[in-house]
Write a protein that binds this ligand. Structure first.
Ligand SMILES: O=C(O)c1ccc[n+]([C@@H]2O[C@H](COP(=O)([O-])O)[C@@H](O)[C@H]2O)c1
Ligand SMILES: Cc1cc2nc[nH]c2cc1C
Length: 388
């Protein structure tokens, strides 16, 4: 990123996509062409390093080997730092599921037709889809949002934030206009605001949209500037021949648009989807409102990368749940520097992997919150050696 300059009382940093202001209270304010249109600027409070350290000290006082709970200990320090709460608040959880259709489906890149998006969203509205059944076990709320289902109606039980009835076929024209993408990002930020007001302390991302593994691969390939074939998978179940066709469609689009990997917003508008844009907004919203966001699969990972490229620093608020079977996911998570905990070859979407992670985090919290310390069992505490 760029350099810091002093502008009156504020330090000032410029990067490719953003202008970043850090005010005296430690708030980071972002403004750029995209976010200006949204709300002038986006403020992000930096993670509290004192609380990060305190949470680690709390772990180290518990009767167990140092770092015994591995990556979970790190995730707890992260949640403490970004919420500013050393108790690591996990008590109220919700998964925001962005539902939208993709015009590119008419090129035959998925096994299903786009009517399936509505049908699964309808089942979600009745709290019967896979993520709803898992969320009921994990004591989490499901918030399905219609950000662009290709139907006049929004299914009952689904929040209506429809920007359009699906995107355009990106081989013929850009999937979305700038205004549409911005409206979807705003819907995502707004949904986090509502969750925050409702007392939600931990969020997850989910989505439903036939064809969205094609849009995800197209955005990922352009942002990471890598071979389409290396990061494209079979989505919800393509044949080998179907996969080759999907790769060819994405390659044709890349040839048509000639992307510069730095032109993040153009990439999103041209070959992305309303669900990806909405989830990008959820990631940005998590950072703005100080609510950590657990990412689900490949579509969520792409949205997170778009968010981080538009608003550097968002990644501090993100937690990876699993390494999707779609090959793009692992590469994106690596690029973001977030480590997936579950390697279970999941490829369901809807937020299911993230909700699995909710359960794991709650189980680990039983150890953190109940605090059986070294002194409780009359054992001398382990020391941390820097040379180990
Ligand atoms: O989360 C993932 O990594 C994931 C991987 C493969 C498929 N999906 C789900 O399957 C649907 C997209 O698959 P497709 O083949 O139509 O692109 C969409 O509704 C996603 O929720 C999700
Ligand atoms: C039934 C069905 C459910 C899904 N959930 C997420 N993607 C999906 C795709 C299909 C086809």
């Amino acid at each position: 990123m760029g350099r810091y300059l002093n502008q009156g009382n504020e330090s000032f940093e410029k990067s490719v996509n953003s202008e970043i202001y850090i005010d005296k209270t430690g708030l980071i304010k972002y403004t750029n062409r995209v976010l200006n249109t949204l709300q002038g600027y986006v403020c992000i409070r930096r993670p509290d390093e004192k609380i990060r350290k305190k949470v680690q000290e709390n772990w180290d006082s518990l009767a167990k080997p140092l770092d015994g709970l591995g990556i979970f200990e790190k995730i707890f320090t992260q949640i403490g730092a970004v919420t500013g709460d050393e108790r690591v608040p996990l008590q109220k959880k919700a998964v925001i599921v962005m539902c939208a259709d993709n015009g590119i489906v008419e090129e035959g890149i998925s096994q299903s037709g786009q009517e399936v998006t509505y049908q699964v969203a309808e089942s979600m509205g009745k709290r019967k889809s896979s993520v709803c059944l898992m969320a009921a076990q994990a004591n989490a709320k499901v918030i399905p949002i219609d950000v662009g289902i290709a139907a006049e109606e929004t299914p009952e039980g689904v929040w209506n934030k429809k920007v359009s009835r699906g995107t355009k076929n990106f081989l013929k024209q850009p999937a979305m206009t700038e205004e549409e993408a911005l409206a979807a990002i705003e819907a995502g930020i707004d949904s986090v605001k509502k969750c925050k007001e409702d007392g939600v302390t931990l969020l997850a991302t989910g989505e439903m949209g036939i064809g969205n593994t094609t849009t995800s691969s197209a955005v990922a390939a352009a942002l990471l500037n890598c071979e389409t074939a290396a990061i494209t998978g079979k989505g919800a179940g393509l044949s080998d021949a179907g996969l080759l066709h999907k790769i060819a469609v994405i390659d044709e689009a890349r040839k048509k648009y000639q992307f510069d990997s730095k032109d993040v917003f153009r990439i999103l508008c041209s070959v992305g989807g309303l669900d990806i844009a909405g989830l990008c907004g959820v990631c940005i919203g998590g950072a703005v409102y100080g609510v950590p966001v657990v990412l689900d699969g490949v579509i969520s990972a792409v949205a997170a990368l778009v968010a981080e490229r538009l608003v550097p620093g968002v990644k501090d608020f993100l937690i990876a749940s699993h390494k999707s079977r779609e090959p793009a996911a692992a590469l994106i998570l690596q690029e973001l520097g977030v480590h997936p905990v579950i390697d279970g070859s999941l490829a369901l979407g809807e937020g299911t992997g993230a909700v699995l992670m909710f359960g794991l985090l709650d189980t680990v919290h039983a150890v953190y919150g109940n605090r059986t310390t070294f002194s409780d069992i009359r054992v001398e505490a382990y020391k941390r050696f820097t040379d180990v």
